[in-house]
Design a protein around this ligand. Structure first.
Ligand code: BG6
Ligand code: MG
Length: 213
């Protein structure tokens, strides 16, 4: 029986992907790194340092420099975050969350982002969640199951009682590794391994999810 839902943040509750893209692009331009939208697609759901490693491909860069670059990218990203507000919550998501909560389901956030709490605060929806698991909560990032297991534990639920909502391939893999049921948001090519797939957030139907899973 489903007792709780664990929501990824970027791409599920709000769309910060464009801000991540612009921030990486600025850094890449400054440091002469190859980067474009196609590379950016590979960064969905991936941690900050792992994102840089993907951008760098096989280039060997000293750790101190990589730290400086990820810090700078985050500065740019945080500047964008000051602009976001309730208006940036994706299609009706707030109403859907409130309905689930009223029906007695436990709600968690499970995001790779170390900025997740800041984003939720800006969106003014922190209070809807029983626990917020973010990039600071565990060592191993998605696709490891750790973050979702941490969230389930925080909800006081077993993995089998949780359903994860994810837009990233690494996130779908993490949920499956945690032995949770998972809803994929986006194209089959990206989230096709999920138990149920919706093309986008506006198509999510929780009655269907609860009935089918
Ligand atoms: C994920 C995003 O939610 O968080 C990734 O999908 C991002 O694109 C990752 O790299 C880490 O975010 P942050 O805020 O810790 O740099
Ligand atoms: Mg995401």
């Amino acid at each position: 029986k489903i007792k709780g839902f664990i929501f990824d943040l970027d791409g599920v509750i709000t769309d910060t992907a464009e801000f991540h893209y612009k921030s990486w692009q600025k850094l890449a331009d400054e440091e002469d790194l190859f980067f474009n939208r196609e590379v950016n697609e590979k960064l969905r759901g991936v941690s900050r340092m792992e994102s840089l490693n993907i951008i760098l491909a096989d280039q060997d860069i000293p750790a101190a420099k990589k730290k400086e670059w990820t810090d700078r990218k985050n500065e740019y990203y945080q500047k964008y975050l000051t602009e976001i507000s309730k208006a940036d919550i994706l299609d009706n998501m707030e109403a859907k969350l409130e309905k689930l909560k009223a029906e007695g389901y436990k709600l968690a956030v499970g995001s790779s982002s170390r900025n997740a709490k800041k984003v939720l605060k800006q969106l003014k929806i922190t209070n809807l969640f029983d626990i917020i698991a973010d990039g600071n909560s565990v060592e191993r990032a998605k696709p490891a199951p750790d973050l979702f297991l941490y969230a389930a534990q925080g909800l006081g639920l077993k993995a089998a009682e949780c359903v994860v909502l994810e837009d990233a391939e690494s996130g779908v893999e993490a949920a499956l590794a945690a032995e949770m049921r998972v809803i994929g948001l986006g194209p089959e090519s990206r989230v096709g391994k999920a138990d149920l797939v919706y093309a986008n957030v506006s198509e999510i139907n929780f009655e269907e999810i609860i009935k089918k899973l």
